[in-house]
Design a binder for this molecule. Sequence first.
Ligand SMILES: [Zn+2]
Length: 338
Amino acid sequence: MLATVLHGPRDVRYEQVDEPSIILPTDAIIKLSATCVCGSDLWPYRGLQPMDGPLHMGHEYCGVVAEVGREVKTVKPGQFVVGSFCLSDNTCPHCQYGFQSSCVQREFMSGAQAPYARVPLADGTLVPTAAVPSEDLIPSLLAASDVLGTGWYAADAARVKPGSTAVVVGDGAVGLMGVLSAKQMGAERIIAMSRHSRRQALALEYGATDIVSARGEEGVAQIKALTHGIGADSVLECVGTQESMKQAIQCTRPGGVVGYVGVPHGVELSGQSLFFSQIGMLGGPAPVRRFLPHLMELVLNRSINPGKVFDLQIPLADVADGYRAMDERRAIKTLLRV
Ligand SMILES: [Zn+2]
């Protein structure tokens, strides 16, 4: 089959690869309904992450089960499933505690920007739907696999509650999903930090009440001004740079919490300033599996429309164009039709 392989910086090819097959009895093979390009795919694409060899790209997926290994019990061929980018057994102590992204058997999904993909730990990772969903829900179900699950985790980790004030740092797809999630969790005020008009518009549609376009000290000053000098109860950090993390910490009120889901690149924190900030911090790779059943239900009953975050939809064969559009920030997120 043809699939997506990254050979080096900005060299992504749609080329011949081996079809995936069952390797372990706990594996499943799925036929993708759609897949997409993640903001985190841009790190190796831009040459900012070391590579040992060609990478089979893609970790966001949903589709129909084609084949299962002999030990797989909870899904069967023909069922529509969504899975997390973190593969987990869903039975170990960390999984049971709701942190499937730290599963003792954790692996990261790869090779999903393809017509077929192998999903290890299928029983613990995949969540089936009762029936094959209608075509128009596919983008939103795909979003649940990573970008929505990650935005939701940022809000959950930041302890967004009904009536609270939340700040979302970052207007990428995850940040926008963070706005949607904070809204669903009942935040009364949601301040989105964004400098791009199209992203601002989507943030407002997803429930943002205020937009702050300034960054750094000026951005923090505007957040303080909007919150009567107090700061926000919950701050969702969805970027992962030194500047964004610092901004997130400084926007948080004493006793508030930062939920950080941007993969850190060059972030260093000072113990002194953390000590006197008196804030809580929880983050890391999102345990999407914990939230998947709830998020899929919200999508299936049409309470939320996270699929709108895909502002470019192209055939999988044109995947290189999809990477380029996101790299140049012409697209928020690219959906690849299989
Ligand atoms: Zn586990």
